[in-house]
Design a binder for this molecule. Structure first.
Ligand code: C2E
Ligand code: CA
Ligand code: CA
Length: 516
């Protein structure tokens, strides 16, 4: 799986946790808000019931006055009843659909349009010119024979009560004659949403409320934001942890693959110097910058990279990285700059390396960089047919082939001739013998002489001191590589060295490149 897929999987995990958590919080918010609205409806119900009971008491007290004519004494008595009943505005006597006596006026009223009133149900809402033409008034009426006592209830009081109790929750009072009043300031009235309805004791009215989606969401945001925040944090933690787990390699092979995907394999450049001590080339040596293990040397991962075939991709990556470094700084490189790259025998079985070389060489001006493929002598090339084809194509492209670790394998002259090597690299194990106390001089001499007799360029690797250098120079070796000159360097530092040398060289006569 790629890094992107790991990320996607972890992201989905995090999102699922978030969705589950928020879903749970939403359900919790629903049940909380419904409980709260039921509670508010209960309180409103009790208060309204109480007010209606008060009106009922007032009306009952006025019933005996129905028999008398409307004298100032009757009106005063009605006024007393109204004043003494909390939340009751007026108490009135009605006959033949006209108010004829009222607690508001101390004499009998005449029949006219203003005093006309129809009492159809016990509780009813109506506007009335006599009381207040601009607002509906809640009446409670009691019939005795053909007459009625009606009491008007303080609607302002009911309004305020509903507002105080409901606050942001819209509460509606519906009378049993279907007349209704709703008081809400915040949410518009809606026909959708969950209905919470509470019947009054005598089924005279219903207190109801509709809870819309917006109300649920608003409640969730304002009351459960801490839970939502914690849920988001948890989702992020689980997502990040999941990502770590997903991308954790299950084997060294997977770890290697991950490293390739993350482009953790970097090129280091070790200078190759000529007899005058000037840098005329470099060998690319791979390093693995592991996120937790630090830098890992190639001996530890190259064999597995070869077995898995990942070496092909890794070679492509390091070569392309070196290409961009050198392209940006090609003015500091001497013409015919020798750039060596190691290839494994397995890479001789396909043309991927050849394609890398084509892309590399075509990026530089002709003659600027001379690419060299180093092939170790330690392992024999299995399919010599494929290798010969590759070498031929590489030669045609101008890429040279070097036999690496010369002297350590079993290569015969026939082998060397078969593959038409252009360069031989004397292995560092021979270089290290030079100058040692028990130096078997004949072995070293033999290797060096054999290399010379092949009449191709020879590079001595592993040169660590001037004794070794002097000995090799004496034996006509022209090119050197080793800690005496420099260790493998990060490309930026290598370029810095080339820059210094280029500055110096503009003041000194030029010297011979490696192929001369
Ligand atoms: P090699 O091709 O023989 O590379 C030379 C090794 O000798 C390098 O080791 C280098 O750092 C080391 N060396 C250079 N000068 C001295 C010196 O003066 N003294 C001593 N003691 N050592 C010196 P390194 O970098 O650890 O590479 C080890 C091997 O890994 C290489 O041996 C090569 O076979 C392989 N390798 C490195 N990079 C690549 C690559 O990109 N592809 C392939 N296929 N193999 C690679
Ligand atoms: Ca090499
Ligand atoms: Ca070597």
């Amino acid at each position: 799986m790629t890094r992107y897929q790991h990320f996607l999987l972890a992201f989905l995990l995090g999102i699922s946790i978030l969705a589950l958590g928020l879903g749970g919080i939403y359900l919790h918010a629903r049940s909380n808000l419904e409980d709260l609205v039921s509670e508010k409806a209960n309180i409103a119900n009790a208060l309204l019931q109480n007010t209606i009971d008060e009106a009922h008491t007032a009306v009952n007290r006025a019933i005996p006055l129905l028999d008398a004519t409307c004298t100032p004494a009757t009106a005063t008595e009605l006024k007393h009843i109204a004043v003494l009943s909390p939340n009751i505005r007026t108490v009135n006597l009605v006959k033949d659909q006209y108010i004829y006596c009222s607690s508001l006026i101390d004499h009998a009223l005449t029949k006219n349009a203003n005093t006309h009133i129809i009492v159809a149900t016990r509780l009813f809402l109506t506007t009335h010119n006599y009381f207040n033409p601009n607002e509906r008034i809640l009446f409670l009426g009691e019939k005795v024979g053909e007459k009625y006592v009606i009491a008007s209830i303080d609607v302002q009081y009911i309004k305020k009560t509903l507002k105080t109790i409901g606050q942001k929750v819209p509460l509606t009072i519906t009378l049993n004659n279907q007349q209704s009043m709703t008081y809400t300031t915040y949410y518009p009235e809606t026909k959708d949403g969950t209905l919470i309805a509470l019947n009054s004791r005598d089924h005279e009215f219903v207190i109801s409320s509709r809870i819309s989606q917006k109300m649920y969401l608003d409640y969730m945001l304002s009351h459960l934001y801490i839970a939502m925040f914690l849920c988001s944090v948890l989702a992020v933690i689980i997502g990040v942890n999941g990502y770590r787990q997903f991308k954790r390699p299950r084997s060294l092979q997977e770890e290697l693959r991950r490293g390739v995907e993350e482009k953790e394999f970097l090129p280091y450049l070790q200078p190759i110097v000529n007899a005058q001590g000037r840098i005329c080339g470099a060998e690319i040596l791979m390093r693995w910058r592991h996120p937790s293990q630090g830098f890992i040397m190639p001996d530890l991962f190259i064999p597995l990279a070869e077995d898995t075939g990942l070496i092909n991709l890794m070679t492509t990556q390091v070569l392309s990285s070196v290409k961009s470094y050198l392209l940006q700084n090609h003015q500091y490189l001497p013409d015919g700059f020798h750039l060596a790259i190691n290839i494994s025998p397995g890479q001789c079985n396909n043309l991927l390396f050849y394609q890398d070389c084509v892309s590399f060489i075509s990026a530089f001006p002709e003659g600027k960089v001379k690419l060299v493929a180093e092939l170790t002598e330690r392992e024999f090339i299995q399919d010599s047919g494929n290798a010969a084809l590759l070498f031929e194509k590489l030669h045609h492209l101008g890429v040279q082939i070097a036999l690496d670790d010369f002297g350590t394998g079993h290569s015969s002259l026939a082998y060397i001739n078969q593959f038409n090597f252009d360069i031989i690299k004397i292995d560092k194990s021979f270089t290290h013998l030079i100058g040692s106390v028990d130096m078997p001089s004949h072995i070293v001499d033999n290797v060096v002489d054999l290399a010379n007799r092949l009449n191709i360029d020879v590079v001595a690797e592993g040169v660590e001191n001037t004794t070794q250098e002097a000995y090799l120079k004496q034996h006509k070796i022209q090119f050197f590589q080793g800690y005496l000159y420099d260790k493998p360097l990060p490309p930026a530092i290598f370029i810095e060295k080339m820059k210094q040398q280029s500055d110096l060289q503009t003041r000194l006569p030029a010297d011979k490149p490696i192929e001369e």
